[in-house]
Design a protein around this ligand. Structure first.
Ligand code: SAH
Ligand code: SF4
Ligand code: F3S
Length: 491
């Protein structure tokens, strides 16, 4: 994923090498999967692919060829969930064409729209055979069997523990080749109920996976070629689990444990809530070379009044103090954020407070959105909804400031040497692309056999959203070196 795709617009077909293998079995039933929304959906799609792989499916990136189409959906803003219905319109036509050729096609809607809207989806779009929420992916074979019997299937029960229990069984199966950077969900759901947000309703209550489950999965990922893991959770820094000795671990301790795994050279985590940033986690940024100097720490607004109305449960001053503590522990860290403009009741002054916060913090990058009224959330029925044109003007102003900060941050890397994990082929022949420690995409002239290695790279040129670099160590993998840009060390 590119830097910008980090939050939304993951919209993508799941790469064939993840889970179900493309063309591995030419006569196998084929699945086409499209993933919308956040990184957790990307992870979930991979896990669905794992399940479908054992059911004899192989992947296709052509919908026309698919016996099964799955849309893994996002409900976070109105635009995100409306995308699903326009896509279902297209799918209906393809399904009809296939039927004329005597071929079946089963259509499933998974993810957060499935959870939020349930049977409303197949009512509005009869092409849909199967609606299933994020907690039921381990039951996919059984749900598919039911649906192929002709029944419309809707499954929106919450049972996160059962999901992880069953999905963890992949550890016991033969290892498939994975991309060098991958996601691992450690925490799912949310108990915070920010007044704008659907996630507590679509992902359910906050649940942490056990240390043992996470370590087992991480080892298995490392054994299959993964060099960098991003731990995922809606409130990832609220993760807590029981260690073998019966003590409760926090995320800092988990990161220290994962850093010991052979072959796992880089760790990241997202998304963190400012209220759950424990000392131990901040210290991990100071102490762990494997923990990359990047932190996504959404604040949403810089106005105390709006923060209270959003139910974020902290003030702007508390956020400033937290940022200071983090920068003290890891001076080189790139901070990233999410902002919402036009939350109900937001005045010009409130908005200017947000702009002031951004100027004071100085971000490496950030995501920003116009407030979207989501059915069932308290914000949707608040008075003082902000007019669309005001939201648009504020978003533009905010995004200009963020773009300038991002450009300045990127420019500050010019001439530096840092480690880059090479992840994929570039757009041009003879070019590969990887990530800097600060999560910036870096394009380098080099051959494909560098993919999966970590290279020392000199940053030679800066573009709007990415960097260009030059290999300085030849084809030499820097495992175990300290030149990862951590705390400015080795740069
Ligand atoms: N757990 C994360 C946020 C997950 S949702 C946190 O607490 O920060 C990802 C982002 O989508 C949010 O940070 C917020 O900026 C945005 N978002 C969520 N609901 C929204 C809404 N109703 N309108 C606009 N943006 C929204
Ligand atoms: Fe949504 Fe708030 Fe939970 Fe984040 S913390 S997922 S914004 S309710
Ligand atoms: Fe979207 Fe669900 Fe993620 S609403 S942002 S896919 S948790």
């Amino acid at each position: 994923m590119t830097h910008r795709q980090h939050q939304e617009a993951a919209d993508q077909t799941t790469p064939a090498q993840q889970g179900v293998q493309a063309d591995a079995r030419p006569n196998a039933r084929k699945v086409f999967m499209r993933t919308y929304g956040c990184q957790m959906n990307v992870y979930d799609s991979e896990r669905m692919n794992d399940v479908l792989g054992t059911e004899g499916f192989s992947a296709t990136d052509s919908m026309e060829d698919a016996d099964l189409v799955i849309l893994n959906t996002c409900h976070i803003r109105e635009k995100a969930s409306e995308k699903v219905y326009s896509e279902l319109g297209r799918i209906r036509k393809i399904k009809e064409e296939r039927a004329l050729a005597g071929k079946d096609m089963m259509v499933g809607v998974a993810g957060c729209v499935a959870q939020a809207e349930g049977d409303e989806i197949s009512r509005r779009a009869p092409v849909v055979d199967l609606v299933f929420g994020p907690q039921s992916y381990h039951r996919l074979p059984e749900l598919l069997a039911k649906a192929s019997g002709g029944a419309k299937v809707v499954e929106t029960e919450f049972d996160i523990d059962a999901k992880f229990e069953h999905l963890s069984e992949r550890a016991a199966r033969p290892v498939l080749k994975r991309p060098p950077a991958a996601f691992l969900t450690v925490q799912e759901g949310c108990d915070k109920f920010c007044t704008f947000c659907v996630v507590p309703y679509t992902r359910g209550a906050e649940v942490s996976r056990s240390v043992e489950q996470i370590v087992t999965e991480a080892k298995q990922m490392a054994a299959s070629g993964v060099r960098e893991i991003t731990l995922l959770g809606q409130n990832v820094n609220a993760w807590h689990g029981l260690g073998a000795n019966g003590e409760t671990w926090g995320l800092g301790r988990l990161l220290r444990r994962l850093a010991e795994i052979d072959g796992l050279d880089r760790l990241r985590y997202t998304t963190s809530h400012p209220r759950d940033m424990a000392d131990d986690l901040i210290e991990a940024h100071r102490d762990l070379a494997e923990l990359m100097p990047y932190l996504h720490l959404p604040v949403q607004s810089g106005s105390d009044r709006i923060l209270a109305a959003m139910n974020r449960k902290h003030t702007r001053d508390e956020y400033f103090r937290l940022v200071d503590r983090i920068r003290e522990a890891a001076p080189d860290i790139a901070l990233s954020c999410d902002f919402i403009v036009g939350f109900p009741g937001e005045t010009d002054q409130d908005f200017q407070d947000t702009m002031d916060l951004i100027r004071r913090v100085e971000y490496g990058s950030a995501f920003s959105f116009k407030y979207s009224q989501r059915p069932g959330t308290p914000g949707a029925t608040m008075s003082d909804q902000v007019p669309e044109d005001v939201k648009s003007a504020r978003l533009l102003e905010l995004q200009e400031l963020i773009a300038n900060q991002q450009t300045a941050f990127n420019a500050s890397r010019q001439g530096m040497t840092c480690n880059v994990l090479i992840e994929r082929k570039g757009r041009h022949a003879g070019q590969v692309v990887g990530k800097s420690p600060w999560l910036q995409p870096v394009a380098i002239d080099g051959s494909e056999d560098l993919i999966g290695t970590i290279q020392a790279v000199e940053i030679t040129r800066i573009a709007a959203n990415s960097l260009f670099g030059r290999l300085i160590a030849g084809h030499h993998d820097l495992i175990g070196s300290t030149a990862d840009g951590h705390q400015g060390g080795g740069i």
